[in-house]
Design a protein around this ligand. Structure first.
Ligand SMILES: Cc1cc2nc3c(=O)[nH]c(=O)nc-3n(C[C@H](O)[C@H](O)[C@H](O)COP(=O)(O)OP(=O)(O)OC[C@H]3O[C@@H](n4cnc5c(N)ncnc54)[C@H](O)[C@@H]3O)c2cc1C
Length: 393
């Protein structure tokens, strides 16, 4: 019977819930705001199926070949502006939908308080799942839905974090020709409760409900991205990633799911056909491509991934000149390395339940003069000159 003894060994993908033939497993949210499965002891017959589909304790069979690495940006600057990095996901999604297929991805709820996986089948719906949301997405019953579409012979693109893709592949048990899996290079995921607390704090602070959030706003460029919150009555709020308290909690690893610190789905283990991330450090590899509007690192992990990429390639400016998996890992270590577990992480989440968001951020990610000054210089456009003088950028 499923019993989570070590929280680091559950990614919360819900493959176990969806695979249980007796429907006796359900998700319960813990005090940190992460969901874990529990079984109804009366109904469970200990068949063990739930354990067979768990991405934290099982391995997938996959090719030992290293992926092909590409540096890619969408030709359409509007799509690129609205996407987190180079807009590759949108081109893949568009092609699948034009073939009559269905695309699964993460969507922010209407009240902006939570994130869940959903399916879209129309071009105008792609924007709902475009862009990174730095909150753990709830998979719900989307593995089941994806399987139903595949059995009807529909093309399916399923996108998510590496653990979600590995969970899907284990849940499906066999490969489907019409399924393409796309994962992201993943830093880890914060809990829905922490995000909801921040969203509530912002609503109180600005006296208006939040109507949309862009976690990767490129208002001041891709490199110095920030989070843009839109409220009612045209209220807007933008914070650079290095000044936004929620993003700083995320970036300093204080709030990631326990399993993220020892991710079992990185480095090609997820079974994804294509992996998407930011091409950080592109300036040291292809300085001529660095227009600061967003460039993706694309890893093609399977023949199916390579084929789809070739099919949509005309939408992109793309090069793989001199690129290797070794170099990709050097530019973007999150491909293979989990983040370190901070000593104060448990205290952080204990405090989350007892402190206001304001006090929590003052304690763990205090604002400093240096941060405020950098933000000001970026806003007035002086930062690039200062960086150049200091020999950076
Ligand atoms: C939680 C998280 C952490 C990330 N960490 C890194 C990192 O450390 N380094 C790096 O290079 N890139 C990271 N990325 C990936 C990066 O932010 C871009 O998503 C990726 O480069 C694809 O960008 P795009 O422009 O092609 O498309 P976009 O349209 O920006 O990508 C959207 C894709 O991300 C998926 N997605 C969005 N939010 C979630 C979510 N909460 N859970 C599951 N799937 C989601 C959507 O379903 C869609 O497939 C992360 C993404 C997420 C969601």
């Amino acid at each position: 019977m499923i019993k989570i003894k070590d929280k680091a060994l559950c990614a919360g993908c819900g493959a176990c819930v969806q695979s249980c033939p007796l429907h006796c497993i359900f998700m319960r949210t813990d005090e940190e705001g992460f969901c874990y499965p529990e079984a109804d002891q009366e109904k469970c017959v200990e068949c063990g199926i739930c354990e067979h589909v768990c991405p934290c304790i099982n391995k997938l069979h996959h090719s030992e070949q290293e992926p092909d690495v590409w540096c890619v940006r969408h030709q359409n600057d509007r799509i690129r502006f609205d996407s987190s990095s180079g807009g590759v996901f949108s081109a893949l999604a568009e092609w699948i939908i034009k073939q009559g297929g269905i695309v699964f991805g993460a969507e922010l709820s209407e009240d902006c308080q939570s994130v869940k996986h959903t399916a879209v089948g129309a071009l105008e719906e792609i924007e709902r799942i475009r862009g990174s949301k730095y909150v753990q997405s709830s998979v719900g019953n989307t593995y089941l839905c994806a399987k139903e579409y595949l059995e009807q012979g529909k093309k399916v693109l399923f996108s998510g974090t590496p653990c979600q893709i590995k969970g899907l592949k284990l849940y499906l048990e066999k490969d489907f020709d019409y399924l393409v899996c796309v994962d992201v290079i993943c830093h880890g995921v914060p809990s829905q409760s922490l995000w909801a607390k921040y969203a509530e704090y912002l609503q109180e602070k600005f006296g208006t409900e939040i109507s949309s959030v862009n976690f990767r706003s490129k208002k001041y460029g891709w490199r110095d991205f920030g989070t843009k919150y839109l409220g009612n009555r045209r209220k807007q709020y933008f914070k650079f990633n290095f000044e936004d308290p929620y993003f700083r909690m995320f970036n300093s690893n204080l709030c990631l799911r326990p399993s993220c610190y020892q991710c079992q789905a990185k480095d090609g283990e997820s079974g994804a056909d294509i992996t998407l991330g930011d091409f950080w450090n592109v300036e040291s590899v292809f300085p001529e491509l660095n227009d600061n509007k967003g460039i993706s690192m694309v890893l093609l992990n399977s023949d199916k991934g390579k084929k789809l990429f070739e099919t949509v390639r005309k939408e992109f400016y793309a090069t793989n000149k001199g690129l290797s998996y070794e170099l990709a890992k050097k530019c973007n270590p999150a491909i293979y390395k989990s983040q370190p577990y901070p000593a104060v992480r448990s205290a952080f989440y204990a405090d989350m339940n007892n402190m206001s968001f304001c006090r929590l951020s003052e304690k763990y990610v205090p604002a400093t003069m240096k941060i405020a000054l950098k933000a000001l210089l970026l806003r007035i456009g002086l930062w690039p000159y200062i960086e150049k003088k200091r020999g950076g950028g």
